[in-house]
Design a protein around this ligand. Structure first.
Ligand code: ARG
Length: 462
């Protein structure tokens, strides 16, 4: 039998050791210790401020808690399984340090509002760190884009060559995804940053507490208006996991592209040694482990989102121990997103070399300029659908003759349609094909340069 628990006075015997282990969250919620201490310090101040305890007692609690923080930093405080969770661990240590006054800390509070407070304080910090990482990721994308406005790369639909695009334009698509991620996290933050402290176990408290006072000390924007909701709401966790999942979708798509680009079939990029690994058996290989791992790790973050939704769906109000299951998924998602953002930023910054020669050839070796021939005719009065059909036939006969559009003689063009003139060759040259797509948001160089300027402005935005 284990030692008796904090709550064990109404129990006849102690917990079975296996059940104690099963019940405990200290193994993972120790991650919250800093926030638990900070939250408790605010609570102690409020207790003194409202006269629920004396100012001297408030001081003693505050200082004792600060000592636990130091002990933890110095590796001297490592609570074990007998503490059940981080909240009990801190309270127990506090009482060891300051004596019986420590037992007053939990006045007008429950672990239910406490754990909600801690988790929100933690997530708040992590969201800001992830947003900062997104900024760095975007900065690196923008640097590469700036150097590659006029580098052309085949653009695809259905993974079939469609139309060539500016490499900068292609990369800026990921800049925009990251921009939405950055904004989305700010929105999530606004609902993370609401204080449940003072909701008590579920119904509020009989003590004359001041919830706004603690919320202010902890820099929460608002307090929960309903105590039952305050202790049992995990919407903020679902929203965070959803935002984290969307970040992973974006990183995983980019990963997939890098993996394709690095293949012998594409040969659009070379992986630098600092970000690639070899095979234990095939000496010629250089593997894209970084993007593969990012793509693979995406699965676990999606899994945590799904788990959180399922944890919540059948829960009656208010707190249920099921909610203890929120933490590992949140922590793992935070760590995974941060690690993946860091790795992808490094990969882009120094792990990839675009093969300019190969890209330049790639955009001339297909029929990706076919739309431009149709547009050429349409601009000269041929209805687009008719022009489309004409060019379809040209592509068919060219493939049969093993020719590209640029190889057709002017007479051949004019046999197809009298509207063709010598300027058709210029119109279907890859550079012109890209430059001509000058509609807003398109790949035309003028647009891309404008997009880069706008992106710089977005990047400096708060
Ligand atoms: N360790 C618990 C959790 O993470 C703390 C709250 C426990 N509350 C309770 N009434 N058992 O959710």
């Amino acid at each position: 039998m284990t030692k008796k628990q904090t709550w064990s006075q109404r129990f006849e015997s102690a917990l079975h050791p296996a059940i104690a282990r099963f019940n405990a969250s200290i193994g993972f919620d120790i991650e919250l210790i800093e926030y638990d201490i900070t939250g408790s310090q605010a609570h102690a101040k409020m207790l003194a401020h409202t006269g629920i305890i004396s100012h001297e007692e408030g001081e003693i609690l505050f200082t004792g808690l600060e000592q636990i923080r130091q002990e933890y930093h110095q590796g001297q405080f490592q609570p074990g399984i007998d503490s059940e969770d981080v909240h009990f661990a801190v309270e127990k240590r506090l009482t060891e340090i300051v004596g019986d006054v420590g037992k007053k800390l939990h006045t007008a509070r429950s672990r239910n509002d406490q754990v909600g407070t801690d988790t929100r304080l933690y997530l708040r910090d992590q969201i800001q760190q992830i947003r900062q990482q997104l900024r760095e990721f975007q900065g690196v994308i923008l640097d590469i884009a700036e150097k590659n406005v006029e580098t052309l790369i085949p653009g695809y639909t259905h993974l079939q060559r469609a139309q060539p695009v500016s490499l900068a334009h292609h990369l800026l698509a990921y800049f925009q995804m990251a921009q939405r991620d950055w904004e989305r996290l700010a929105d999530v933050y606004s609902r993370v940053n609401i204080s449940p402290l003072g909701c008590g176990a579920l119904a509020g408290t009989t003590f004359p507490i001041d919830r706004h006072y603690t919320a202010n000390l902890l820099h929460f924007d608002h307090v929960y208006a309903n105590s039952l909701d305050g202790v049992s709401d995990r919407d903020f966790a679902i929203e965070f996991l959803c935002a984290a999942s969307i970040i992973m979708v974006h990183l995983s798509r980019l990963s997939e592209e890098v993996i394709l680009w690095a293949s012998e079939e594409f040969r659009f990029v070379t992986l630098k040694d600092s970000c690639a690994t070899g095979s234990s058996i095939m000496p010629q290989k250089k593997n894209p482990d970084v993007p593969e791992l990012v793509r693979g790790k995406t699965g676990r973050v999606f899994g945590h989102l799904q788990a959180m939704l399922v944890i919540m769906k059948g829960l009656p109000l208010a707190y249920n121990k099921d909610l203890q299951e929120d933490k590992e998924g949140i922590f793992d998602s935070v760590n995974t997103v941060k690690a993946c953002l860091e790795a992808m930023t490094i990969l882009l910054q120094e792990g990839l070399e675009f093969r300019h020669q190969r890209l330049a050839t790639a955009v001339t070796e297909d029929f990706a300029n076919a739309t431009d021939v149709a547009d050429y005719l349409a601009a000269r009065g041929v209805p687009f659908r008719e022009a489309y059909n004409i060019v379809g036939k040209v592509v068919k006969t060219s493939i049969a003759a093993d020719k590209l559009l640029k190889d057709l003689q002017l007479e051949e063009w004019q046999e197809i349609h009298p509207a063709f003139a010598a300027d058709i060759y210029e119109a279907i040259a890859p550079r012109q094909v890209v430059a001509a797509r000058n509609s807003y948001g398109g790949t035309g160089f003028v647009q891309v340069r404008e997009a880069i300027i706008n992106a710089r402005t977005q990047l400096s935005g708060k």
